[in-house]
Design a protein around this ligand. Sequence first.
Ligand code: C2E
Ligand code: MG
Ligand code: MG
Length: 973
Amino acid sequence: MRQIFRPAIAMMNSLSYPAKFGLVWLLSLLAISFVIVNLYASLARQINQGELELEGIGLAGPISHAIQLIQKHRGLSQGLAGGEESMGATLATVSTDAQAAYRHMAALLPDNLKESADWKSIEVQKNAVFNKGLGWSDHQSFVEHTRLVSQLLMFKVAVSGEYVLPLDPQIDTSYLIDAAINRLPMALEHLGQIRAHGTSSLAQGRINEVRRVALRSLTAQLTDELKFIRADIERARTHNPALQEPLLVIDRDVTESVQRVIQLVEWSILSGRLDASADQFFGLATAVIDQSYSHLHGLLLPMIEQLLKERIAQAKRTLSITIGIVALLFILVIYFSIGAYYATTENIAILARTAKAVANGHIHARARLSSRDELRQVGDSFNEMAEGIITLLAARVEDERRHHSVIESALDAMVQFNGKGAIQGWNPQAAKLFGWSREEALGQPIHELIMPERYRQAHLDCIEHFLLTGDESQVRRRLEVAGLHRDGHEFPVELSVSVIENGGGHLFSAFIRDITDKKASEDRIWWQANYDELTGLPNRRMFYNRLEQELKKADRAHLMVAVLFVDLDRFKEVNDTLGHRIGDALLVKAAQRIQSCVRDTDTVARLGGDEFVVILDRVENIPGVERVATQILKRMAEVFMLEKEAVYISASIGITLYPQDATDIEDLMKDADQAMYLAKSSGRNRLSYFTPELQKTAQDRLRMLTDLRGALAGDQFKIHYQPIVELATGCIWKAEALIRWHHPEHGLISPAHFIPLAEETGLIVQIGDWVFREATRQVKRWQMEHGWDIQVSINKSPIQFKNELSGSEIWLNHLRDLGLDEHCVAIEITEGLLLDQEPLVASRLQAFRNAGVQIAIDDFGTGYSSLSYLKKFDFDYLKIDRSFTRNLKPDSSDMGLCEAIIVMAHKLGMKVIAEGVETEMQRTLLINAGCDYAQGYLFSKPLPADEFAQLVPCCCCVNGAKLPCVTEEAETA
Ligand code: C2E
Ligand code: MG
Ligand code: MG
């Protein structure tokens, strides 16, 4: 539907209200004018026609009157010609009247009719009738009169046509006109002719046949005309009941009197009786004709005239009423349109005024419209909107209040500033943080007040960039910068900025948090992550970073970098014997000493424990590196005075060079480690370079490790047993189980090579378990086969003691399963284990002791021994390391040491076993020193179990125990 009105809507939307209303008025005016013009034209046509008809009716009367008198003249002329001399006087009068009536009629005729041919021939005929009529015969007189009457009747019809009477639109009027103009005159003419013929016949006293025929014809025609007249009257009455009365009079008078004349003609003249006098007959006929004419002129024509006049008046009235109503309507249209215009524009003006008032802050202004139209709805909606704005404003005020209180109570400083940098907001926290009060800060440029100078330009650039481009990315960043306090000191702050549009400009809010504590804790965390707490040196992580940097720098400068892997010798022993505090102090001092040997640009780091590493950058030649390393060795060998304790240690240094030895960090470190390992294994307190041989050793080690993993499953381990001989008797009370690895490629590998590897990788736990099971099974077998009551010593590495999975319970259970006594097994531990502080180690040792398993201290004298530890546990045996036995000579220092150890051990309730006894002299010296047992190649090398059994063909029996013993043959073998 709306589609149809689209052009109208578009047009109306493009016009102002005055133009809209003007357009509507114009269109209404056009429509009304069009209606008025058409209506006026139609009514004017009606009026004009009516008036024309009225003129025609005005002429019809005189013409009829003239015809009436000429007819009368004809009748009198016929009577006179028939012999009625008495009619002569009347004829003269009538002639005068007829001519006067004719002249009157002629005077009324308009010029155009007078010019017509019809009228001219009427003039000729009239002159002939009135001038020559008296000389004519009665027949000629009758004919000439009748022609004149006929011409006048025809003229009358022509006149009625000229004045459009036959076209009258009203039904009643048109019937009356037909009766008055056509029918009645024609009937009266017939009656007139009858009068003439009748008067003549009666005057002559005879009637010829011609006249009889004429009279019959005329009476018949008259009768017909009477029917038409009655029909016209009847119809006019039907259509206009108001005409009922006068029309009934005309009908009655005319038809009834004409009927009487017709009856008289038939009865007296046509019957041939001719008994009525001509005068009488003329008088009767004339009376009827006159009465009829008098009805025509007195009633009928005035009636028509009246009807026409009424019609004209009616049309005129209609015209003026219509014009009046239309004019009134038009005035009303204009009136109400103007009213609508004012109502609309005034309401719009009210709305505009109210909107402006609200916009100017008078938020309680309301549009009060008196209308009840759509504008009222707009006004109501506007008022609702204003209410909504008030609610919103109230909420906003509340928000702002809350916002303000949040800002005021915020833990962070909040500083608001405009696009020019002028401070607009400054909360208490800001005052506290920067030292400026709110009053002092407001209006000041933010960058000058709270930013250190180096940040100011960047800040201004950033704000300018935002204001120019609208790009917020630079503004809305969380930054860590420095803040400037009133007293000039700087402190770290975290800054985030938000920006809002504010009254056409921008308002920036900077949230500033003092992160001094956070920074300090971050720094602390960073330091802890990158530095060694104890020595303050870079830790492993920092070291790797530095090394990476140094390698890059060296690449650029085409120089070398040296990595020195420094490991303190025997540090663990210092730590274990003198305590951690001294150990720590030693590490700190050692770190300082190492640092004192290098340049500032070099890096000294602690990798952990007693491992230090030095990066020497921009190395130009190897002697320079060696100088530094030698200096470190020298400084390390100097005495360390730690809490009054004089501590001596040394260091082993492994050196690798970048890029000669390796090109990546991992390889460099590995190589340095190996070089250090070489230095250590070469006797400590020395430096060693990474060499290709070292690399090979390392690779071999790696390969061996791989092979070692498969050795247990591949059944490549065997146990050899070395007898431990009681020196006094030569009885073999004991044997030490020593593992052997039969490598499929490399043949027999010494435990001295693979046990450290197994310890490093933890494989020693499984291997140790296997040795225990295998050795105890062997003991069982010897018991079963030979009845030997022999004890097997099993080496147990410290790693095994510390391992969760190798508790004493498992081994003891195993012994029980085999049905072996606990004393069948002794466990050899090294001195180092005693130094271990872990409670687990001590409890496990104790568990074995409690169960009856004997414990031997192996390799005594090689470690950083502390005699005090020997008191801690009840050890059963002390094995003097073969390094002492080897050099045993009478009166040698080793001899003295051995004797001292033996005495001390005996004092502590321990038996002594001397290891590595190879010569008879050693045996004798040891026997003399009171040593209990000996073990060594002098008696036997470690042997496979079956060979061991053959080795000892005899056995001795001590206290019921059946034992193998060393015989002369065995010794020589
Ligand atoms: P250890 O416990 O001190 O064993 C004695 C070592 O001295 C053995 O070396 C033995 O063959 C050797 N030996 C004995 N008498 C003489 C002699 O008269 N002259 C010389 N020069 N050497 C002699 P082996 O078998 O090579 O074992 C080396 C080390 O391997 C052992 O030293 C022990 O600490 C370790 N080991 C051997 N088997 C095992 C084992 O099953 N478990 C653990 N944890 N370590 C074992
Ligand atoms: Mg041993
Ligand atoms: Mg040993």
